[in-house]
Design a protein around this ligand. Sequence first.
Ligand SMILES: Nc1ncnc2c1ncn2[C@@H]1O[C@H](COP(=O)(O)OP(=O)(O)OP(=O)(O)O)[C@@H](O)[C@H]1O
Ligand SMILES: [Mg+2]
Length: 388
Amino acid sequence: MLDEMNDVQLDLAQLIRLALAEQTEDVRLFVARLVRKYRNTDPELAEQMDLYLRAKAPRASAPLRKVAPPPLSAQPLPVDDESRLSLLKVFRDEPNREPPLLATDLEETLSQLIQERHQTKRLASMGLNPTRSAIFVGPPGVGKTLTARWLASQLGMPLYVLDLTAVMSSLLGRSGSNLRAALDFAKRSSCVLLLDEIDAIAKRRSDDTDIGELKRLVTVILQEVDEWPATGLLLAATNHAELIDPALWRRFDLVVNFKAPGIPAVKQAIKRFLGPDFALFGRWIDILTFAFHGESFSDIERDLQRFRRAVALGTASDADLIEEFVKSRALVLDRQGRIDLAVLLAKQTRLSQHAISEITGVSRDTIRKYTSEQPAAAKKTQKGKPDA
Ligand SMILES: Nc1ncnc2c1ncn2[C@@H]1O[C@H](COP(=O)(O)OP(=O)(O)OP(=O)(O)O)[C@@H](O)[C@H]1O
Ligand SMILES: [Mg+2]
């Protein structure tokens, strides 16, 4: 019978089905689609439906529910009505995830945060709440988002990541209600909510004409940080601490500083990211550590993945890859850095002084001078290869 109906009848049938199932949110989404569909062919109908939609804001639907709200997994994630972009991304990770590589103090801070959640009763007996909100600060690619995922997995909660760009790309005047819908949704469940790149709001404030709109967003967030329930955890992450509104800044219970990895962490990261290929690349570990120092974890991971692919396909040997890589890194080093690199290469590889000089741009005289200043090293070097 359904295939005998025309388009309009099909839409009507679908609408009735949703309405009778009391799927209010789905009705709203469907009607929003109809508004767009009929805008050209039947503008009056479209306008009428749009009016109904606007008269019935999403929040107003809550009191209509007669029964307890369905479990969260059954509730649709909030989306922006206009762009249809999903405002929240969900991650449900197993607790046996490998922990991120973190500095010791940072590890301790996070471990306390987890402990607090396991001992909320004890805290409560002393009139204390567990940490309800934290802001992660640090340069790109050092594990802010990754740590949020890991934390959620350790707390046995899903992680919702709010896409602030999606919130703000929505039509002017809507971003406030979009943000509220997303925050309300997250607040109702016990979850970790991450406001990723929260500086997006602050950054826009300086170059956007609609200052009022952005102010409203900040106000919404300010209120939420204050009122966030202790059943959940509110996280924010930013690369730009200086752009964060001070009023917002001081509302977070905890500030967590992420730093670019130091030498030991770089070494650990190389081992981890090489995985089974460490057997092949392990002999270059000191050179790689030196060359990668100053890079973020995600940059290190990306380069090592490239090496591993090349080796897997047989397009390059490990030695070639290392040489080419070290050459490119030498370009960004200062003179002392290049000399240190040259000395390291002289000590740890079979490269001739000529080759090392080519790679690092340090003259052979200088290499000779530095390597002979350290007699033990110099001897080793000369044993392996006659001077070029
Ligand atoms: N501390 C870390 N330990 C292990 N891997 C890491 C770490 N930091 C980053 N990585 C690797 O780099 C990837 C990107 O990291 P992540 O997205 O967490 O960076 P971020 O700090 O959130 O950066 P951005 O400020 O650009 O959002 C991760 O998925 C992971 O593979
Ligand atoms: Mg991130």
